[in-house]
Design a protein around this ligand. Structure first.
Ligand SMILES: *Cc1c(COP(=O)(O)O)cnc(C)c1O
Length: 361
């Protein structure tokens, strides 16, 4: 076995114990004499498994019955395209606060079905900070206020929940979902693709305040109407059963590890170690995000000389550290240090970075 510490941004590393359990249960699951992939989503075994995952998610995140929890297909991208249709009337607007690539994408996806309004954007600053609330320009007739809690590519994360006043807050938490405790009651909706912090690709979680649904007055194809998914426990059509099952195992693992508070402590420790390594490198490495907006999940960093990138990637792979190549939009490196990345992995990365800087500095 030569599993590396995997810093990939997504699909991303999963807890090894979960993978071991998947392997053990792969051929025969829960006495079903078949794999979880091969049984009906309408059967009792899968319905129990699905309901348990929802209950565990509600427990971990502190979600009350005021909110529906959906397990959807199509990724966070599809959810970002469907949310304007489901949450807003055609004569309303959607407000967007932009702090990076994924906020821009969500905005683009909303335009076909809604008037959109950019509240503020840090694009002119290459997305290195969060625009001050004092500079926001509000829409006036907004059905919701959308932001990206953690920008996976730019490495910009909100430490606090922005204040949208009376307008329901909608947040893309794809890359920091369950990374720390969150006051769900502050939100109209939270959504997250699983493949960053929660499980394999193919399933997306949406937590939606029930009273916001069914007020759009639009004629939607039934499969796009989230009320139908709520009424059918996310089984209006065949759900992604295998990813749902794996997400359930990750949630059980999270509970056993101490829940979101334990992960918040661990994630803060990992991020502090990595930023200390970058900031203490005498300029060999740099991260240009404002300190207060730095992500605890995705840490982009540049080497002082781009010509060293290749050697950094090659040598880090040899050292058992994979997935460090930065997103093509930014270049350089990026270390994604999600819940399933152990502290030992970040220590190994920091040791490697220090050693590399000495050898190539
Ligand atoms: C990865 C990511 C997405 C896109 O997710 P898909 O599942 O590929 O649609 C959207 N938002 C954020 C913050 C992401 O990290």
């Amino acid at each position: 076995m030569s599993r590396a510490f995997n810093f990939s941004a997504g699909p991303a590393t999963l807890p090894e114990s979960v993978l071991v359990q998947v392997r053990e249960e792969l051929l025969e699951w829960q006495g079903e004499r078949a794999s979880v992939m091969e049984v009906s989503h309408r059967g009792k075994a899968f319905i129990d498994c699905a309901a348990q995952a929802e209950a565990d998610l509600r427990h971990l995140l502190g979600v009350t019955d005021e909110y529906a929890v959906l397990f959807l297909q199509g990724g966070a991208t599809t959810v970002s395209a469907l949310l304007p249709m489901n949450l807003a009337r055609a004569d309303q607007a959607g407000e967007y606060l932009l702090t990076g690539h994924w906020g821009e994408k969500a905005l683009e996806n909303a335009k076909a079905s809604l008037a959109t309004h950019v509240v503020a954007s840090d694009k002119i600053n290459a997305y290195r900070n969060i625009p001050e609330a004092s500079a926001w320009q509000r829409a006036g007739n907004a059905a919701y206020f959308h932001y990206t809690s953690n920008e996976t590519i730019h490495g910009v994360e909100f430490a606090d929940i922005p204040d949208s006043g009376d307008v329901p807050l909608v947040a893309d938490f794809s890359s920091n979902f369950l990374a720390r405790p969150v006051d769900v009651s502050r939100f109209g909706m939270i959504y997250a693709g699983a493949q960053k912090n929660l499980g394999p690709a193919g399933i997306t979680i949406a937590v939606i305040r029930r009273d916001l649904l069914g007020r759009h007055g639009r004629d939607l194809p039934p499969i796009f109407e989230w009320q139908n998914q709520v009424k059918n426990d996310s089984m209006f059509n065949t759900p992604p059963t295998f990813p749902w099952y794996v997400v359930g195992l990750v949630l059980k693992w999270m509970i056993a590890e101490g829940g979101t508070e334990a992960f918040a402590r661990r994630n803060a420790e990992k991020a502090a170690l990595l930023y200390k390594t970058i900031d203490g490198s005498g300029g060999f490495y740099r991260n240009e995000v404002a300190v207060s907006a730095r992500s605890t999940m995705n840490v982009p960093f540049m080497l002082k000389d781009e010509a060293l990138d290749k050697a950094f990637l090659k040598e880090s792979e040899s050292a058992g550290l994979m997935g460090l190549k930065g997103h093509r939009a930014l270049g350089g490196m990026r270390a994604s240090i999600y819940n399933a990345m152990p502290v030992a992995g970040v220590r190994a990365l920091a040791d490697f970075m220090n050693d590399f800087a000495v050898r190539h500095g």
